[in-house]
Design a protein around this ligand. Sequence first.
Ligand code: FAD
Ligand code: PHB
Length: 395
Amino acid sequence: MQTRIGIIGGGPSGLCLARLLSLAGIKSVILERHDRAHVEARIRAGILEQGMVDLMRKAQVGARMEREGLPHDGIVLTFGDRVERVDFAALTGGQRVMVYGQTELTRDLYDAVLSDANISVVFQAHDVHPRGFLDGQPVLEFVADGQPRALACDFIAGCDGYHGASRAAVPRDMITEYERIYPFGWLGLLADTPPVHEELIYSNHERGFALCSMRSHTRSRYYVQVGLTEKVEDWPDDRFWDEIRRRLPGRFADKMVIGPAIEKSIAPLRSFVAEPLRFGKLFLVGDAGHIVPPTGAKGLNLAASDMYYLSTALIAFYQQGRSDLLDRYSQTALRRIWAAVRFSWWFTSISHRFNDEPIERKIQLAEFDYLMGSTAGRTTIAENYVGLPFDASFG
Ligand code: FAD
Ligand code: PHB
């Protein structure tokens, strides 16, 4: 087997990258460990920045997102019983975000990818090993249908998430990993109930953080901060609904519509960055190279800038014989990544309960007061939440 770009991982990064390359006539093969249904069922991101929305359009997979996605012009922040709205549109010159679930986005991408003559997908590809990427001919060795296979390619895109094979294949002395693991996780619940409010609510409560999000006008996604030792089995639906209502101001808690969970899971919170993101002919993209805590809704949106930079660089390589953009990929992508790592860490630190010391909450309240009383403070939140721009000089 042979192709131009060997892509490890058929999540949003691998799928969207393959589409962007295909539209420039560049062929790729995606090796995905699971099957399509498994990848599509993962309930993860819900909020898309304009940059990701634009990329979906560019990949010609944006039609359903345009019809069904919900544009949001702001978010609500609460502290105890205080309620404040941050108005993105007013603070950032009309910018907004889009509510559109990762499940839907992944479905749209698979529909396009599986009927694209330039892209092949191998599902249930096991034991993937990238070889030869530092010097020589890159090859992806893997097992499919119980048979060993090899895919020769010009470049490898590692789009296989935090636990994938691509970063693991890099010699340890060539990579630096920066990591912080937070002392809590998020317990998420999805339900076919109308959202408690038309915008997202991020709540700092003395019992811990809570988030009210949504997928549509009839489907809600809620989260509560929980300890690292908590198990989903210990959270029957009633306990979850009681807990989230306790963490919200009365005017929201009183009108929350509850119902049976469609899905419930716990996600750990982590900040992680690998440097660099390029190793010879292997490039790391999306969660394979970086993770942020979900507080700022940045994970998938950071994958978007990686996909944009890498597709631009590969297209310049094949169409114009230029390798300068491939050389700049890591440095350019990392600048935006670190900005989002900082924002996600900071938003987590001002909204979660870290310990039992009363001074922590007093300092958080002082910061909340300052931010909400200052146009500069509100603008900082708005600018980062709607997403920092891609580097326009890359191209
Ligand atoms: P992944 O989605 O992890 O995809 C990697 C793919 O590679 C998977 O399909 C996997 O099966 C495959 N794979 C892994 N290892 C191998 C292997 N060895 N061989 C072959 N295939 C392999 N982001 C936002 O932008 N906004 C949000 O609102 C948001 N909310 C979130 C809420 C939660 C609770 C969580 C957990 C995350 C959230 N994120 C959010 C983050 C977002 O979901 C991720 O950043 C995004 O999934 C990254 O996409 P990816 O394609 O890089 O990686
Ligand atoms: C979600 O809807 O899953 C979601 C929204 C906002 C976040 C994180 C997750 O910050």
